[in-house]
Ligand binder design. Sequence first.
Ligand code: NAP
Length: 491
Amino acid sequence: MAKEQASIITIFGGSGDLARRKLYPALYQLFRRGVLRDHFAVIGTARRPWSDEYYRDIIRESLQDEPNTDDETVSAFAGHFYYQSHDVTDADHYITLKNLSQKLDDQYGAQGNRLFYMAMAPRFFGTIASHIRSENLLSKKGYNRLVIEKPFGRDFKTAQDLNESISAAFNEDQVYRIDHYLGKEMVQGLLALRFTNPLLTPIWNKDYISDIQITLAEKVGVEERAGYYETAGALRDMVQNHIMQLIAYVAMEQPASFTPEEVHASKNKLFSHLPVLTEEEAQKNWIRGQYLASSTQKGYRQEDNVDPKSDTETYVAGRVDLDDPRWVGVPFFIRTGKRLAKKATEIAINFKPLAHNIFDAVGSKDARVNRLTVYVEPEQGYTLTLNGKTIGADYDLRQNPLSFRYSQDVINAAPEAYERLIRDALRGDQTNFTRWPEQEATWQYIDVVRKAWDDGADLAMYNSGSHGPAAADKLLERDGYSWAETFTNEN
Ligand code: NAP
């Protein structure tokens, strides 16, 4: 049985989309698994004047499509939820919130533990953090932890301002910045793959690896998020956070031990090797694109709430060169986009060819370099390609894939990213959250790309349902590489 966690969890933005779609289902699964049981209560806050009963109906509604629900468990779970109408800009309301937290702590025996979850527009994060401190919502007896949703700023300056307002109220070891990619099974599994296999660990460097490719392809378009997306674009929405975190897990040195401190120390070291780009380098190595209409779907500029002349990128491809001695000369190619041919998050590690291949003389044309592909989603698993001989009298070579996939049943039964991350926050494990130095380095890097584009760069249009713009292919071809077969491969 899971160890039960005691806490008063306050969700700012308790009526919002994220809370309903992700947080309540995740909390339910934690309840079902016994991580949350008797000693917890959730306070949902937002401005609208809901009653506790109405709020509990919302909780039940949010669980309609959840697996493993039954009326009794759902009712017992919903009974732990309380609603407090609250405007986060109004200092007086925090007093009511504080009193309710204390009352519920006494009622449920939450041991003075407080988890504050900011599921609201980022412009409120600083205000909430400073009011939590000034109106004395921090508990003196148990822990105080702050969970913050992305985006953490929109450039280095805003991220820094936000960080300053948060750190005026909370220490870094109390702050849990969410990057939900770090809650994904295969992302967490990357560290096990890299650091437990003697077959891989010694060759994970520039001597054996030619290039690394990270693809985060979405099939959907901007959907209802155009208001936010117009101000963000793919670079801020996907690259600064998720892709940079994937680069860190793929490239960082082995941590001295598997503790939050050591994992973050390794990540920080890696990010210290993200060079500060010049605008010329950014222009040369980064391309942006935007999706056009198809016969059945709107183009980005025709989407609701999008400026018909919008230059917002829905696609990004880029080349990252780390100035880390382990990776000198190894390009990290990244690409992400909406409305692509398929949904796929994959990491391809391309190994270098042998310096001398005895089969060259007899025609080893079909032997290619070894590649390890990590399938993050929707499939989860790995494929390693090895060269071998074809069956027959002739000595022809071919690539043979060694593949492993987790079964769909196993995947379905595994906790979803938000469930893992909330559990980690309740247990005080910061491994899978981002820290300020990571935000600092990645924003500084990304800001230069943004600036280079704002100063004038082509917007490469691509058809909905395609592989992305041709410019992304050219980016790799220019340097003698080509993208992995994400869009053509059935693996
Ligand atoms: P949302 O649906 O717009 O919800 C915003 C919430 O804030 C509502 O509960 C709203 O309720 C409340 N609110 C607004 N102004 C308030 C005020 N002055 N005082 C108190 N409450 C106020 O937003 P969301 O989509 O859930 O996103 C929340 C956060 O999660 C954002 O940082 C977003 O970037 C992040 N995020 C969301 C998703 C997602 O899938 N939705 C994914 C990743 C990250 P009232 O109107 O009743 O006040």
